[in-house]
Design a protein around this ligand. Structure first.
Ligand SMILES: *Cc1c(COP(=O)(O)O)cnc(C)c1O
Length: 296
């Protein structure tokens, strides 16, 4: 039975229908029209990022990051086991070996204290995910990455306009990615962005994004995304990637990431979006109280 209160519902600010009509009227529906330009400018200006490129998804932006870093067989990438498959899959598609890090019990973000142990001479990138928009410990992560000459790619799918120590999330790594999927804080249905903080990547990123042949490879990658774990529910929470079929191929086994394993066994995600009404909120609270046997 479908739930009466959806997991998320898009919130409209008002001008969207008018903008959609303008986009249709000016003939730039495919992207890179006036509205794409306005989004690029807005994100660049607000975040202070040298170059922002809208993409068709966060997955697409992550795959661009893997290409830009020239990752391939023999390279290792450290990702949290508790994340969406795209965070890992983008790098696996290039042939890189995934090294799964456990998460912190307080923020459910990558545990920065494990990084030194997981880094090897083959490590090329660390991919912190700012879970639920709460910043990872970027001071420690960036210091470790710099010490080992390893790139940082922030998966900021949840964290646009969130901050860590008064600095925008997505501005710490050489590259960062955003999602505008309908389940995220800001949405265009499906979409994403690559934030390019290290200007040496700008030129190639623009070329990669524009070349049709490379794009088809990205789309083949999206098919793989769904074969990573055997569930297609877009609102189920993350399952430990190191215990998935693919994760086990990278050597993952039970006990590798105890916090991830414990959390994913217990986590409940509730409807939370801008357009949630007071009545819906009351209903969610009532259902949770009855399920947990609490009266207050
Ligand atoms: C949703 C999500 C993605 C993928 O976003 P898409 O725009 O759907 O490709 C990647 N990483 C994380 C952490 C996510 O939550």
């Amino acid at each position: 039975m479908p739930y009466r209160i959806p997991f998320n519902r898009a919130s409209l600010a008002g001008p969207e229908p008018d903008y959609l009509l303008q986009a249709v009227a000016n003939g730039h529906l495919a992207g890179d029209g006036p509205f794409t330009g306005r989004c690029h400018t807005l994100l660049q200006d607000v975040l202070g990022v040298p170059r922002v490129l809208l993409t068709t998804s966060c997955t697409h932006a992550l795959e661009m990051a893997a290409l830009l870093l020239d990752l391939g067989p023999g390279d290792e990438v450290i990702v949290p086991s508790f994340t969406f498959v795209s965070t890992a899959n983008a790098f696996a598609l290039r042939g890189a070996r995934l090294v799964f890090a456990d998460i912190r019990p307080d923020t459910l973000n990558i545990d920065e204290q494990q990084l030194e142990r997981l880094i090897s001479p083959r490590t090329r990138a660390i991919v912190p995910v700012h879970y639920a928009g709460v910043g990872c410990e970027m001071d420690a992560i960036c210091a470790i990455a710099a010490r080992h000459s390893v790139a940082v790619v922030e998966d900021n799918a949840h964290g646009l306009f969130g901050k860590y120590r008064n600095r925008w999330l997505g501005t710490f790594g050489a590259l960062a990615t955003q999602s505008f999927h309908e389940t995220k804080n800001f949405t265009c249905g499906e979409g994403g962005a690559l934030l390019i903080n290290d200007a040496q990547f700008v030129e190639r990123a623009e070329i990669i994004r524009e070349k049709g042949t490379n794009r088809s490879r990205f789309f083949r990658g999206q098919v793989d995304k769904y074969s990573w774990v055997d569930i297609g529910l877009a609102v189920f929470h993350y399952l430990p990637l190191h215990l998935s079929g693919m994760g086990r191929r990278f050597g993952g086994k039970v006990g590798d990431c105890p916090v991830t394993e414990a959390v994913s066994d217990r986590l409940v995600r509730l409807p939370m979006f801008g357009a949630l009404t007071g009545a819906e909120l009351d209903e969610v609270v009532a259902v949770v109280k009855s399920a947990t046997g609490r009266s207050t």
